[in-house]
Design a protein around this ligand. Sequence first.
Ligand SMILES: [Zn+2]
Ligand SMILES: [Zn+2]
Length: 145
Amino acid sequence: MKCPKCNVELVQTVRHKVDTQTCPSCKGMWLDAQELDQLENETFDLGEDEKGMLVYDAMPTTQPCPVCAARLKRFNYHAYALQMDVCPNQHGFWLDAGADDEVLKLMADEEHGYQRSVSAEAQWGRTLQRMRSGSFMEKLKDLFH
Ligand SMILES: [Zn+2]
Ligand SMILES: [Zn+2]
């Protein structure tokens, strides 16, 4: 496999416990979908639904997929400012140097967001419980009188 940018042979490297193919020249790396998923889960095991849609606004590039040589498409990772490339034939993802660290950072932020939404849900649960309680129903009835 060769780097889509430098045409240098990629070297298998373990980064954040994930097997990646890394370019010794530009330090970019190639991950297949499963490896990218592993990288995300290294920080926080979000379900696929919570992670949301991965690829937004894919734009064509001139760089070839190391597997099939189809032109990679550049996209915003989970609609964040972080950009990476994806093979249109789903062979994998090209991350620029340091993008894997960005993924971990974004996933850590996502974890905090998740915790926030869980506590908001708990609050909503309590609100519902109050609404179902007798006193609240009594108040409602009073309102409609
Ligand atoms: Zn390179
Ligand atoms: Zn491909």
